[in-house]
Write a protein that binds this ligand. Structure first.
Ligand code: 0A1
Ligand code: ZN
Length: 871
């Protein structure tokens, strides 16, 4: 058994802070062997809290060395305070005083990448959610906000650039090679938004003038070799600043906006006030080294972090249970921004695909939790798809229910009313209630109930009266700690189509009850319903469509999202039929109707190539798994491969024509149109490769060799590397390595391509890649590329019947947990879903979880996930 008792924190236990901090003054002496941090905190009793005799309690990491503690200049003796389990308690403190505290840190030994650490020789910080307590003793909770002044002192030659939040106000040198810079941040902020960076960094500089005339310096820092990869992030930042002014009326509020790219980072990026720190993978972009997907990720993440300046920083969270207050809202904002910059429908399809594949699986697994969780052991485990993506869907539903205009009024009121405060999701909804005059108390169940609701729709038509009736039943499966769910309020966007595709009705229905009927008059013929248009609510919709109805919707629905969705529903049904046939040992077959429909899409040159590509992509193995009662990994893989090959061969000429049509030879641009063309071109190439004939291998090789951009080069490499043409596969993988070995982000792709290769011998390949010089087990990006890709994208190999994949992952988790608990805990996710698999696999996955559980000294991160998965 794990020796450590991990405590659970509950939302219902929330208490306002007994002590407030008006000013935080920090001085960092950054050296190679150690860093000394001197913190001076101006502390006052919170007038809103009655008990004035409470001791002062500060959080501080257990391993952190405390070398000095003073109150109003008086040194405290060891008997004046107690340190226990991450907490420092000082009794008998005055009403108002200054606390001075000196801590000694070892950033070069910090492999957890929380608090102050080193990434490739530069100092940087990550304080969300609870990293600041690894820097100094502090009431490290988001509802304690103070004004920060930070001085950094370091060797000038090694660390010429010294950054922190706000504006630089003073600088100097000691004449012995060390220099210092002082930064002032005028905006009160919680400790999780603190940041510093010290290093030898190159800089791309630009500027922006806000609508009200504030001049803002925009600075993006990176290693010198990456200076040519910053233009796209800069342009995205400027677009995001303009968009937030136009769509939300929000301006930037400091004179400088800085972004720093670091290679060692646990997540995507961090919105520290005025000083965002980014994973290099989310900020560097260059056509030669970055794929289209990479470009779009940079645009989205740069915008996301920028938008946090209002939705997160100016108005922040009262406690970490409210995380979706800032994350759900900000994801909604960045999704709308990306939709406005690119194709709205394609963006929606991508987001819904992620939700259906991964968030629905989370909702059905042992870690399922509401958008506003009720308890946690380790908050880092709750930066989830539920809090982010489902949280964004909840905000989107508010936008749909209220309409754009009222929603904007509500957001204006929210920002105005709560500027400078730490608030709750209830406060957000209250602002929406006030501007709309609506009672949203039922709607708030979206924040408190976990699980994916299910909508079952039936219809009746009376040809005599011309009345059409939709009956909608809603339900939601049980989730941990929640056996029974109350009905949700949700917008159901609906169209009714005549057989020839003419639209008879379009509108939005509002569900509030377990069962509801909606009647439509004057309908001349039985219509085909187009339901949940645009995915108007994050639910599973069931309606008994015929194949013909789905084909009609695929051709005629005026809602682009539902056109795509109809095609997907049809593919899923056909794939599920083949899975059954495979299991029963029967020959599989491909539907002629599907071939005809796909041919039409593929040859209609008037259609948007990006949409065609979306429609002709089969649902992923992961998504098919999510939809299955019991996940049969082999049947899913075999059925999908069969269909891919059948569609490849049946339409070989059409794929080639589409390929040639989209292969325009234009110079690379990262706009939606060019990205759409490349996506169809590379999809066509993937089907040609699936057809398995030599000429297509040659075509792929030619594309690999001649392309001037990473999208095309990597697409060709992946197809060849995953094919049966092993000799060419090895040759191109080797050539790719030779060409890109000095580009760390490109090498991540190289690792991921091989880790996700489903052909024979995958485990052996990943094992030897783990020994390869480009792999570095301390770098989270490398771990995600190798372990994440093998366990998450190479499902047939990871779930090998002998359980070898499970043992491999568990070995890794146990090693990584001692080094970086956050990353270990995230990589563990695939094992937690053991209940969804056949008995043999489930037992082996469970055995590995048990093995971890039996290990002494698990981190809180891994302990929480393992223990909850074993229940
Ligand atoms: N707030 C950031 C994400 C983030 C969360 C936690 C981190 O460390 C545990 C780091 C970054 C965002 O939403 O972009
Ligand atoms: Zn965020």
């Amino acid at each position: 058994m794990s020796s450590k008792q991990h405590e659970t924190i509950y939302l219902e236990d929330y208490q306002p802070p007994a002590w407030l901090i008006s000013h935080t003054e920090l001085r960092f002496e950054l050296e190679e062997e150690q860093t000394l941090v001197r913190a001076q905190l101006r502390i006052q009793a919170n007038p809103a809290v009655a008990d004035k005799r409470k001791p002062l309690e500060l959080f501080g990491d257990e391993g952190m060395e405390l070398s000095r503690l003073c109150i109003d200049g008086q040194i405290l003796e060891a008997s004046d305070y107690q340190r226990e389990a991450g907490c420092l308690r000082i009794n008998n403190v005055p009403e108002s005083f200054t606390l001075e505290c000196v801590t000694r840190l070892l950033p070069h030994e910090n492999t957890a990448l929380e608090g102050l650490y080193k990434s490739d020789g530069m100092f940087c910080t990550q304080c969300e959610a609870e990293g600041f307590r690894r820097i100094t003793f502090f009431p490290d909770r988001p509802d304690v906000m103070s004004i920060f002044r930070t001085t950094l002192v370091a060797d000038k030659a090694r660390y010429p650039v010294l950054l922190s939040n706000g504006n630089p106000v003073d600088t100097g040198e000691d004449g012995e090679g060390r220099h210092w810079v002082t930064w002032d941040d005028p905006w009160p902020k919680p400790s999780y938004l603190f940041a510093l960076v010290a290093g030898d960094l190159a800089l791309l500089e630009d500027h922006y003038t806000t609508t009200s005339g504030r001049e803002v310096a925009l600075r993006i820092y990176a290693e010198r070799k990456d200076l040519d990869k910053l233009d796209y992030a800069m342009q995205s930042l400027k677009n995001a600043m303009r968009w937030d002014e136009e769509v939300y009326g929000r301006e930037y509020d400091l004179d400088i906006y800085m972004i720093v790219a670091v290679d060692f980072f646990n997540m995507g990026a961090m919105e520290n006030k005025g000083l965002n720190i980014f994973n290099t993978s989310c900020v560097l972009a260059h056509p030669r080294t970055t794929t289209d997907q990479g470009f779009q990720r940079v645009e989205g993440v740069v915008a996301h972090e920028y938008f946090h300046n209002w939705s997160g920083n100016r108005v922040t969270c009262r406690d970490w249970f409210q995380l979706s207050l800032k994350e759900g809202f900000t994801v909604f904002r960045d999704a709308e921004f990306s939709a406005d910059m690119n194709s709205r429908t394609v963006k929606r399809i991508e987001d819904v695909t992620l939700l259906r594949t991964a968030q629905f699986a989370e909702d059905a697994g042992p870690m399922a939790h509401p958008v506003r969780p009720e308890s946690y052991m380790e908050i880092s485990n709750f930066y989830t798809l539920t809090v982010y993506e489902k949280g964004a869907e909840v905000v989107r539903m508010l936008h749909t229910l209220l309409g754009a205009e009222l929603f904007r009024k509500g957001s204006d009121l929210y920002f105005e009313r709560h500027d400078g405060q730490a608030v709750t999701t209830d406060d957000f909804v209250a602002a929406m209630e006030q501007v709309s005059g609506r009672d949203l108390s039922q709607f708030k169940r979206w924040y408190s109930q976990a699980g994916t609701p299910r909508l079952q729709v039936h219809d009746d038509y009376d040809p005599q009266s011309g009345e059409y009736c939709l009956t909608v039943r809603q339900s939601c499966p049980p989730s941990p700690g929640q056996d029974h769910k109350q009905p949700y309020q949700l917008p159901l966007s609906v169209g009714l189509l005549a057989e020839d595709g003419t639209e008879l009705y379009t509108g939005m229905l509002e569900l509030t009850e377990e069962e509801q009927q909606f009647r439509f008059d004057n309908i001349a013929r039985r219509p085909v319903p187009s339901l949940l248009r645009g995915f108007s609510a994050p639910v599973k919709l069931e309606y008994d469509y015929t194949d013909e109805q789905l084909l009609m919707l695929l051709r005629h629905d005026s809602d682009g999202f539902n056109r795509w969705d109809a095609g997907q529903r049809l593919c899923i049904r056909l794939l599920q039929e083949q899975m059954l046939r495979y299991r029963d040992g029967l020959a599989m077959s491909c539907s002629e109707a599907l071939v005809i429909a796909w041919r039409q899409l593929l040859t209609d040159e008037s259609l948007d190539p990006a949409m065609v590509a979306q429609c002709l992509r089969l649902p992923s193995e992961a998504q098919l798994g999510e939809l299955a009662e019991r996940i049969d990994v082999t049947a899913i893989h075999e059925a999908r491969e069969f269909m891919r090959k059948a569609l490849a061969q049946a339409l070989e000429q059409e794929w080639l024509q589409a390929y040639q049509r989209c292969d325009t030879g234009d110079d690379y641009t990262a706009d939606a149109e060019a990205i759409g063309r490349r996506s169809l071109k590379n999809l066509a190439l993937s089907y040609l490769m699936a057809a398995g004939r030599e000429p297509w291998l040659e075509l792929a090789r030619q594309q690999y060799e001649q392309s001037d951009n990473m999208t095309d080069q990597l697409a060709a490499l992946t197809l060849v590397a995953h094919s049966e043409f092993r000799e060419t596969a090895d040759e191109l993988l080797q050539a790719f390595y030779q060409q890109w070995q000095h580009e760390s982000l490109v090498m991540n792709q190289w690792l991921a391509v091989q880790a996700s290769d489903p052909t024979e011998g995958a485990l052996q390949r990943v094992n030897s890649l783990a020994q390869h010089p480009v792999f570095d087990a301390r770098n989270p990006n490398k771990l995600r590329s190798l372990i994440g890709a093998f366990c998450g994208q190479n499902l047939a190999s990871f779930h090998a019947e002998d359980g070898s994949g499970y043992v491999w992952l568990a070995d890794w988790i146990l090693t990584l947990d001692r080094q970086n608990p956050q990353v270990a805990s995230r990589l563990l996710t695939p094992l937690t879903r053991w209940k969804r698999y056949d008995q043999g696999r489930a037992a082996q996955m469970q055995a590995q979880l048990q093995r971890m559980m039996d290990t002494a000294e698990l981190s809180a991160d891994v302990y929480e996930v393992v223990s909850k998965s074993l229940v």
